[in-house]
Design a protein. Structure first.
Length: 139
């Protein structure tokens, strides 16, 4: 299958709402971004532009530095395809870009100018994965 046919198949699947989980059998051509459907087009969103994702039932709000998108995909689908070295689930309804975290407390993190809740079951994973100086009683 040539490059043109591969891109066309990806576009057709996205436009038709086919959301199979990536199974590794096909080579991903663009590795640092995802394409989302927006106003009838596929829009490239670089992983580095994603601030956080918020799940709400069958929909997920993807928040970038510039804009928010409401998508008909569950949060788990994004959790499976986003790179684990850059993104972490910190709540049953939130995944954050680790580079965007500015402060961490036991109940919330601040990303950009927003507060995002941290679930109790996710807090230890988050706090154990960061370098800390001083003793502030959070660990």
């Amino acid at each position: 299958m040539g490059l043109k046919e591969n891109i066309q198949e990806i576009a057709d699947r996205a436009v038709n709402g086919v959301s199979d989980t990536y199974d590794g059998s096909k080579e991903i051509l663009i590795k640092d971004a995802i394409f989302i459907r927006d106003k009838g087009c596929l829009t490239k969103i670089a992983y580095s532009e994603i601030v956080y994702l918020k799940g709400d039932g069958n929909y997920t709000t993807l928040v970038t530095r510039e804009k928010s998108f409401s998508l008909r995909n569950i949060l788990k689908e994004f959790e499976e395809i986003l790179p684990t070295e850059s993104f972490l689930r910190i709540h049953k309804s939130f995944i954050v870009n680790l580079e965007e975290i500015r402060t961490i407390s036991p109940k919330e993190v601040s990303v950009r100018n927003e507060k995002v809740p941290v679930g109790r079951t996710y807090y230890q994973t988050l706090i154990s994965g960061v370098q800390k100086l001083g003793s502030n009683g959070f660990d």
